[in-house]
Design a binder for this molecule. Sequence first.
Ligand SMILES: NC(=O)c1ccc[n+]([C@@H]2O[C@H](COP(=O)([O-])OP(=O)(O)OC[C@H]3O[C@@H](n4cnc5c(N)ncnc54)[C@H](OP(=O)(O)O)[C@@H]3O)[C@@H](O)[C@H]2O)c1
Length: 291
Amino acid sequence: MHTTVLITGATGTVGREVVIQLSMLEGDIRVRAGVHSLIKGENLKRLPGVEIVEMDFESQASLHAAFTHADKLFLITPSTKYQVDMSRTLVDEAKKKGVKHIVKLSGIGADEEHGIEMARWHTAIEQYIVASGIPYTFLRSAAFMQNFANYDAESIKNEGKLYQPLGEGRVAYIDVRDIAAVGVEVLTGSGHEGKAYELTGPEALSNYDVAHILSEVTGKQVAYVDVPEEAARQAMLQQQQPAWMADALLELNRMYKAGGSSKVTDTVRQITGRAPRSFRQFAEDYRECFV
Ligand SMILES: NC(=O)c1ccc[n+]([C@@H]2O[C@H](COP(=O)([O-])OP(=O)(O)OC[C@H]3O[C@@H](n4cnc5c(N)ncnc54)[C@H](OP(=O)(O)O)[C@@H]3O)[C@@H](O)[C@H]2O)c1
């Protein structure tokens, strides 16, 4: 008997890693990568045993094929307020098709009663999953190390500057490869149903620490520029972020600045048996993005 695992957001930062790591397993796992666009999913096709299926979270009709005979779901939705409605649509379809386990990528703080806006999106989704009655596991992740490669690489590469409004705030950044490793263990192991795991990297770093490590690894000077909040807001608006998204991001950054995501957990090691990657390891592996 094989198990079919559907991964949504499979071309994204975490989804791609989950697909890669699941595809490397031997055994009876069938990996179904849910992609928004078939063209973007093209390179996932080359992975052993991976099937690609197109899906649009905003169209219930597009979900039928993706969920047919899916046993488990790794649920990833994009980082916007619309992810709440998208996730409800996906959970409804999962329920209709008899999915037996949902592993949801969530965020640290999703369990806090008076959390920040971005955490509340995850709270709403988690509550909807619990109410669906489908067995679940929540992976409440800290900020990704890969955010530096996705959003800051240009200025680091071109100007030797890391612009962020975090002051000296320390964040327990995690490498998404470790989130994926936990996800794979949860999907293929037992005893994880009904659990919520807080996932962090091995240490809490300030952006001064991050810039220092990037300088050492790239061999060129990278300086952290602590941007005033209003300037950060203007930059986000110029990059066509809607005002509500800029506000939500600034609130998140304020929480980071105040040390609200500096707690380090040992969960990655407990579940995978391996220590989470350090920021230096991440920087070495992604060096090409920054030079
Ligand atoms: N970044 C962080 O530090 C952090 C920390 C904790 C939790 N999180 C959570 O992580 C999640 C995001 O994960 P990620 O960063 O891996 O995502 P991501 O890289 O932004 O990728 C999002 C994925 O969703 C797909 N997608 C977007 N809209 C879609 C739609 N309408 N229908 C079908 N697919 C759609 C995208 O495909 P296209 O690109 O083709 O549209 C992409 O594959 C969010 O829930 C966020 O709150 C993030």
